[in-house]
Design a protein around this ligand. Structure first.
Ligand code: FAD
Ligand code: SF4
Ligand code: SF4
Length: 443
């Protein structure tokens, strides 16, 4: 398999992509399609690519995927399409076709504006989208295509959601996001920034403004905190706050930009997901040499993308696994100066043959640090009730939807992380289905 690169530093070459495409066996019942959450017709787009028909290839991709430049980069292909590629099984050697790279290559080599969509199909039906992450933008795209008048409300000063403020530039170059956003603007997307729906306007006020339907795509931005001693010491950041300060507020350029950030000398990042990996690689790039990533399970259990783990190690992040945070220790000024941890061991459960992680008694130890970034997971912001008290949520705050992505309020739909998704492509897939349901609801 072509080794993954950070595509901002190097776009795959045509030569490399032809080698990959030629590996494809054009399977009759392609397992790769089943591995793709939105079922892109992979062999078909590869076939057209090999015939040098990029326009047909991109058409096939776009039947299912609005933003292939983005998914081609950020999708966890090693757990999805590429994992299921028959070549993996045949060679038992991680030799799948580089589907993500091909998707990205084709999408970034073709123009994306669809001029025929802009003219003459306006229907004068107003739809409001709350939140401008991948779910909000995907739904916007599909509703613009049918001629609706779509307005995206975003609480921040810039659109893109986690694609903008979470995933760092070195992984998803912002010019790729800008390209997609510019296309949406050309298709007629209206954008209202700095507007937190629920505080600035209620759902009812949106309906009163003439919106026929509303799509909630507010994501999950509430950091999970460990609730342990010392949590409020200075220089302990949630990964969300840290990444927003760097990616959105450009704090690394302080004082040229208003938002400062503390830069420790011995930084500890806690967690095992994409957010933890992105945070550790980001702080490393800000000039900190000593970055430790601490995770309570083993590397196999990390939910982060394998390629991110590979790069983080290669760049110098020290991985300390099977180690669990116990408490923070502060100095006389209220700054964090160390953390106490305990080692964990793996025990195989006899009944279920599942791994369990148990603390090793007496293995408590101290790790010196002057800055901690917590990446322990995210829950929905507890703000849905501000939108309307009538929206049903579960005990964690996720919005409950029916099979048609409709919430407990008629005409109000939801998708993406706010209903329990956890990847970009899941958010996009749900939003596409929700857009279809919205059209059906309106008609
Ligand atoms: P979001 O992207 O969270 O967007 C929600 C938007 O709604 C935000 O812009 C927010 O400001 C806005 N908003 C919230 N409330 C309101 C309101 N009341 N009014 C107006 N606007 C509001 N997934 C992958 O597939 N691959 C990866 O490599 C990957 N890496 C990640 C790295 C990080 C650091 C993080 C945090 C997540 C990562 N994910 C990754 C997960 C992925 O980004 C999310 O699953 C995806 O962004 C969810 O999309 P969404 O549209 O539901 O929400
Ligand atoms: Fe693979 Fe993601 Fe593209 Fe589907 S959308 S084919 S999972 S890269
Ligand atoms: Fe091609 Fe692999 Fe899909 Fe088969 S499973 S069609 S070889 S990409």
């Amino acid at each position: 398999m072509l080794k993954k690169n950070n595509k901002n530093t190097k776009k795959p070459t045509l030569h490399e992509m032809l080698i990959e495409a030629k590996k494809c066996l054009q399977c009759k019942n392609p397992p790769c399609i089943k591995g793709c959450p939105i079922e892109v017709n992979i062999p078909m787009f590869i076939k057209y690519f090999l015939e040098s028909n990029l326009q047909k290839a991109i058409k096939i991709i776009k039947q299912k995927n609005n933003f292939p430049t983005i998914s081609g980069i950020v999708c966890p292909q090693e757990k999805q399409c590429e994992k299921f590629c028959i070549l993996n099984k045949k060679n038992n050697n991680n030799m799948s076709v580089s589907i993500g790279n091909l998707e990205y290559y084709i999408a970034s080599s073709t123009t994306i504006i669809e001029p025929h969509l802009i003219k003459n199909n306006k229907k004068n039906i107003k739809i409001a989208i709350i939140g401008s992450g991948p779910a909000g933008l995907t739904c916007t795209y599909d509703l613009l295509k049918v001629g609706y008048d779509v307005t995206v409300y975003e609480s921040l000063h810039s659109i893109g959601g986690v694609l903008r403020y979470g995933i760092p530039e070195f992984r998803l170059p912002k010019k790729i996001l800008e390209r997609e956003i510019n296309n949406l603007k050309k298709l007629g997307m209206n954008i209202v920034l700095n507007t937190f729906i629920g505080r600035t306007k209620s759902l009812q006020e949106l309906f009163d403004d003439g919106y026929k339907s509303i799509f909630i795509a507010t994501g999950a931005g509430l950091p999970v905190l460990p609730k342990i001693s010392g949590e409020n010491l200075n220089h302990i950041y949630s990964s969300n706050e840290f990444l927003v300060r760097i990616n959105l507020m450009h704090s690394y350029k302080f004082p040229n930009y208003d938002t400062p950030i503390y830069k420790g000398k011995n930084v500890v990042v806690i967690g095992g997901g994409n957010t933890a990996i992105d945070s550790s690689r980001t702080i490393l790039r800000s000039g900190v040499n000593n970055v430790k990533l601490i995770y309570r399970k083993s590397e196999n259990e990390m939910s982060a993308r394998k390629e991110g783990i590979f790069h983080a190690k290669h760049e110098g992040v020290e991985f300390i696994t099977l180690t669990e945070l116990v408490k923070f220790i502060g100095d006389e000024n209220g700054n964090v100066k160390a953390i106490e941890c305990v080692k964990n061991k793996i025990i195989m459960s006899i009944n279920s043959n599942e791994k369990q992680f148990k603390k090793i008694v007496g293995s408590n130890h101290i790790i010196k640090t002057d800055m901690v970034i917590l990446a322990l997971g995210l829950h929905p912001n507890p703000t849905i009730s501000l939108l309307s008290k009538k929206i049903n949520t579960d005990s964690l705050g996720y919005v409950i939807i029916d099979d048609n992505f409709m919430t407990s309020i008629s005409g109000v739909f939801a998708g993406g992380d706010i209903v329990g998704g956890s990847t970009v492509i899941e958010a996009m897939g749900m939003a596409k289905k929700a857009a279809k349901a919205i059209v059906k609801f309106i008609c």
